[in-house]
Each structure stands twice: as structure tokens, then as C-alpha cells.
Write a protein of this length. Structure first.
Length: 190
């Protein structure tokens, strides 16, 4: 299964989601079409397998952010907070550019949309908790709105990167700069 998913990821990187075929994936994986159909009944199942694998890949990132305590988040500088949120996400995406392309492709299927929303909501809850730790006097609605801006910023950049099929190294620096300025501005009132 991993060989098939690796092959599919490589083909997506080279040709986009639209270039993914059963024959090409089986050939690239070094397996027969019959073996491929044994594990994946169609291309949607292959894409779902890739998505599931990526979601599992994000679990340690989400867990590490969730494991930090309120005290730790409240003592960090704004730039350190943003880097702790952004750097692991972009590092993962840099290692797995097929996810950028899957994220931007409508042909990735409805299943991806649901799973993407689950991941985004988990991130939103974590960022909301971080902001509540840093600004205890801010109400839950304020923290949620600020978290939505921060998560939406990363999500928007990821979508644009997926459409451009490029991942300039400077992107992380620019996102960090923008989100740090935002965080410093909203926390100035605390």
C-alpha cells in the first residue's frame, strides 16, 4: 500500500491530481493493476489513502501544539508563538508537496473537504486556546475571531501555493512576519 501511495504522491507532484491514473500509479509502484485494485478499488480510494496518510502526518504537529501549557504559550514572544504554529506546518508541506496540490484540486473529492475541515477545526481550537492563554481578559468570541484570522491566513497561503505548484522558501518568513505583526497588534491592548 505504501508503495502505491508513494507512487501516487510522486505522480501528483509531477502532473497534478488530474495526471493521476491507475495504470501510471501501478507502473510507478512496480505492481500489477490487479494488486493495486486489491488495495484501492479506484483513484478516489488512492486519493483518500493519501489524504489519510497526510492527516496522520499532521497528528504529531497538532499534538505537540496542544501539549504546551497555558503558561508556556503566555510567556512566549509573539514571533515565537507564530513560529511554533507555522514552522511545523510549512515544514511538513515542503516535505510533501503533493498535499499542496491535493488541497488546491477540486478533483481531490468531497472526502478531502470533510477531512480538511476536521484538521482546520482542530487547528482553530488549538490557536484559540493559545490566544486565550495569552489574552485571558479577551472573551471567547474575540479569541475565536483572532484564531480564525490566523488559521485563515495559513490556509489561504497553502491554497495559493498549491495553485502555483511552487513553494518559495521565503513564504514561511513572510507568513511569520504578517501573523506576528497581527498578533502583536491585537495583543497590544492586553
Amino acid at each position: 500500500m505504501d508503495a502505491i501511495l508513494d507512487a501516487a504522491a510522486a505522480l501528483i507532484r509531477e502532473s497534478g491530481v488530474g495526471g493521476l491514473t491507475v495504470h501510471g500509479t501501478a507502473e510507478r509502484a512496480g505492481t500489477s493493476i490487479g494488486s493495486m485494485y486489491h488495495f484501492f478499488p479506484d483513484l478516489d480510494a488512492v486519493i483518500a489513502g493519501l489524504i489519510d496518510r497526510h492527516l496522520r502526518g499532521f497528528e504529531p504537529i497538532v499534538s505537540a501544539q496542544a501539549a504546551r501549557g497555558r503558561r508556556e504559550w503566555s510567556r512566549m514572544s509573539a514571533v515565537a508563538v507564530v513560529e511554533a504554529i507555522v514552522a511545523p506546518i510549512f515544514a511538513y508541506l515542503r516535505r510533501h508537496p503533493d498535499l499542496l496540490l491535493l488541497n488546491a484540486a477540486p478533483e481531490a473529492g468531497k472526502g478531502f473537504g470533510k477531512r480538511r475541515e476536521e484538521l482546520k477545526n482542530a487547528g482553530l481550537r488549538i490557536v484559540e486556546r493559545i490566544l486565550a492563554a495569552r489574552s485571558p481578559s479577551a472573551g471567547p468570541g474575540v479569541c475565536l475571531a483572532r484564531a480564525a484570522v490566523m488559521v485563515g491566513t495559513v490556509e489561504g497561503v497553502v491554497i495559493v501555493l498549491g495553485r502555483s505548484k511552487a513553494f518559495p522558501a521565503r513564504v514561511v518568513e513572510e507568513v511569520t512576519r504578517a501573523m506576528t505583526a497581527y498578533l502583536e497588534a491585537v495583543e497590544e491592548k492586553r
